[in-house]
Design a binder for this molecule. Structure first.
Ligand code: AMP
Length: 444
């Protein structure tokens, strides 16, 4: 299967070929024809599957096929909403790159930066707008953006947008769009909330799905390192130095924890920076650029900040603390082993986190192999303590797992359900490897 065979124009095929893509990934092969046909789409795909090109390529094609004369001012025709600044920036970069031989103009907007340059840019021609919901509504309020000619709407990483409490913003934005339009919804997981959103938004959508949700990628080697809570940093430094790990993305539960860890690693002689919502956009961009170039050995991030970080062949992800929400584990380790390359996901687990680990293993239906590093054996006298410090999501979090790893109602069944797929009962798939496989980070 080639990109041209999917019905994409020569200009678009040329751009993706130059990017080095030889054939569409499974999500692209399925989604592109649907979007080109003008139908609504509900896509189950997580980062790493090639989903961004799955919607940007056909959008570029549709808009360019009916491009208005190249006047300075034309209405915005496609709106792509993303949960984070990083993701919005990456999507817009893709739009620009894939559309470089077309006469379409794109723009990104997100909060945390001066609004005036954005207002200035909106005065010029923008065909495709990539935005985070909050800043878009700021523009709506200031009447600096006109959404009344949107032909195509994309909600990317919709599950994450709901997690971050964007549902009201999304509804406000939807109310401003023309009724007649094409809607595309991408989500890694299908909770009841996502289904509700999809029901209200999508008109007879085609459903495409490339990965069983909550699946962990086949190319990722997972390991659990038992350690006492007070010795995690020491162990992390040991592992990084011992194995000479580079480009290590480390997850902490809180912003404060991310800062502290980055500082401590620095003192241990390991170049590290933290990235989270309290950092300025400039600091985040700089940290990400240094990390991508390999200059920065370790990037310490919270879940939200790390969402959408797109680095091909990121070799190491470390869960310095396990996430309170087991689905976040899948998202986190999805940063590695992407697009066909291998990766390692290491979790430093202390006695307080046993329950969290159980939840993760139940969700992914696999047991993560345990590696005990000599000299770091947990002290059996240390007792479990409740995990304070919530998931630091701000308002609109999932409302579970906040603060402590309290047992769930329903015997610990994953909250997001299984999206209409047979669940097989938790534990039923233990050892049944296929459940864990991502069906395609990359087409072959
Ligand atoms: P995404 O899931 O959109 O974040 O994409 C994951 C990674 O796969 C990105 O680094 C893309 O550049 C890369 N990618 C997307 N489509 C293809 C393709 N057809 N062939 C190879 N790599 C791709």
């Amino acid at each position: 299967m080639s990109f041209a065979a999917l019905g994409l124009s020569e200009e678009i095929v040329r751009a993706v070929t130059e990017r080095g893509y030889t054939e569409p990934t499974p999500i692209q092969a399925q989604a592109i024809p649907v979007v080109l046909s003008g139908h609504d789409l509900l896509a189950g795909a997580q980062t790493g599957t090639g989903k961004t090109a799955g919607f940007t390529l056909p959008i570029l094609q549709r808009l360019s096929a009916t491009a208005k004369p190249t006047t300075a001012k034309a209405p915005i025709r496609a709106l792509i909403l993303a949960p984070t600044r990083e993701l919005a920036a990456q999507i817009e970069e893709s739009v620009r790159e894939y559309g470089k031989y077309l006469k379409l103009h794109s723009m990104m907007m997100f909060g945390g930066v001066n609004i005036n340059p954005q207002i200035q840019k909106l005065r010029g021609r923008v065909d495709i707008l990539v935005a985070t919901p909050g800043r878009l509504l700021d523009h709506v309020q200031q009447r600096t953006v006109d959404l009344s000619h949107i032909e195509i709407l994309v909600l990317d990483e919709a599950d994450r947008m709901l997690d971050m409490g964007f549902i009201r913003d999304i509804k406000k934005i939807l109310a401003l769009l023309p009724k007649q339009r094409q809607n595309l919804l991408f989500s890694a997981t299908f909770s009841a909330e996502i289904k509700l959103l999809a029901d209200g938004l999508l008109n007879k959508p085609a459903l495409v799905e490339v990965a069983r949700q909550n699946a962990t990628a086949e190319l990722i080697t997972q390991r659990v390192y038992p350690v006492d809570r007070e010795r995690k940093r020491e162990l992390l430094t040991h592992l990084i130095k011992e194995h000479n790990w580079h480009q290590v993305l480390v997850f902490t539960r809180t912003k404060h924890g991310a800062n502290r860890l980055a500082e401590q690693l620095g003192k241990d002689g390991i170049p590290a920076l933290a990235i989270h919502g309290n950092k300025s956009q400039a600091a985040r961009t700089r940290a990400l650029a240094e990390f991508k170039s390999g200059e920065l050995q370790v990037l310490v991030a919270t879940d939200i900040a790390a969402r959408g970080i797109d680095i091909i062949e990121l070799p190491h992800v470390v869960n310095y603390e396990l996430p309170n929400v087991p689905e976040d584990y899948v998202h986190r380790i999805g940063r590695t082993g992407r697009a066909g390359s291998e990766g390692e996901a290491s979790s430093l687990v202390c006695i307080d986190e046993r329950k969290l680990l159980n939840d993760i293993e139940r969700l992914t239906r696999s047991e993560v192999p345990v590696v005990q590093v000599p000299g770091f054996e947990p002290d059996p006298r240390i007792k479990a303590e409740p995990i304070l410090n919530g998931q630091n999501r701000g308002q609109g979090g999932r409302g579970q797992g906040r603060g402590q790893s309290a047992p769930r109602a329903g015997g610990g069944q994953p909250r997001s359900g299984t999206g209409g797929k047979p669940a097989g009962g938790h534990g039923a798939g233990r050892g049944a490897a296929p459940v864990l496989h991502r069906s395609g980070g990359r087409g072959r």
